[in-house]
Write a protein that binds this ligand. Structure first.
Ligand SMILES: [Zn+2]
Length: 174
C-alpha cells in the first residue's frame, strides 16, 4: 500500500509498461510526441500536457497508455504522474475521512420493558386486487377533464355547488 497509486491501477500500468517497450518515440515539442509501433508502422500522437493520445485510452481511462508511458520515459518522467486524480488513493481517502462508528451488537441494545410487551399486528387495511391505478384521484369538487374544458358558466355552477357544500362536522358550530 505504498505510493499514491492503488495496486489494481499499478497492475494495469505495469502491463502497459511492458507493452511500451519497443515503441519508437519521436519528440515533436516539449510535450508532443509521435509514437510508432515498429512492426505495424502505426503511429500515435501523444500530448503529455493535455494528457491525450490518438489511441484514446489516455483521455478515456485517465491512465497513461503504452504510448504515453513510452513518451514519458523519453523525457525521464515518472508515468505515475499522468494517472488521473480520480484513480489516486488520496482522492478515495477523502470519502472515508470521517469517523465510522462500529455497528453495535443487537444483544447490547437496551430495549425498554414497555416496548418489549407491546404486540405488533399487521395493518388492518388490505391490498386491493390487481395493478394499482395510475390515474390521479380527483380532489373534492374537481371535474374530470381539467379546467380547460369547462366553459365559464359550468365553472361557475361547480363553484357554487362547492361553496354551498357544508363544511366538516367538527368545524361547524354546534
Ligand atoms: Zn495511446
Amino acid at each position: 500500500m505504498k505510493g499514491n497509486v492503488p495496486d489494481n491501477i499499478q497492475k494495469i500500468l505495469v502491463e502497459q509498461l511492458v507493452l511500451s517497450t519497443g515503441l519508437l518515440v519521436m519528440p515533436c515539442s516539449t510535450w508532443l510526441f509521435e509514437v510508432t509501433h515498429r512492426p505495424t508502422n502505426f503511429g500515435f500522437t501523444v500530448d503529455l500536457d493535455k494528457r491525450t493520445c490518438t489511441c484514446l485510452e489516455f483521455q478515456k481511462l485517465g491512465l497513461p497508455c503504452r504510448h504515453a508511458i513510452a513518451a514519458a520515459s523519453c523525457r525521464n518522467m515518472q508515468y505515475t504522474m499522468f494517472v488521473c486524480k480520480h484513480h489516486l488513493k488520496e482522492t478515495w481517502a477523502e470519502t472515508v475521512r470521517g469517523i465510522i462508528l462500529p455497528v453495535p451488537d443487537p444483544k447490547d441494545v437496551e430495549v425498554p420493558a414497555e416496548i418489549l410487551t407491546v404486540d405488533l399486528y399487521p395493518p388492518t387495511t388490505k391490498r386491493t386486487k390487481g395493478r394499482p391505478g395510475i390515474k390521479r384521484k380527483l380532489s373534492a369538487g374537481e371535474i374530470p377533464g381539467g379546467a380547460k374544458n369547462i366553459s365559464r358558466t359550468s365553472a361557475q355552477t361547480v363553484l357554487r355547488k362547492v361553496t354551498r357544500r357544508p363544511l366538516a362536522r367538527k368545524l361547524s358550530p354546534e
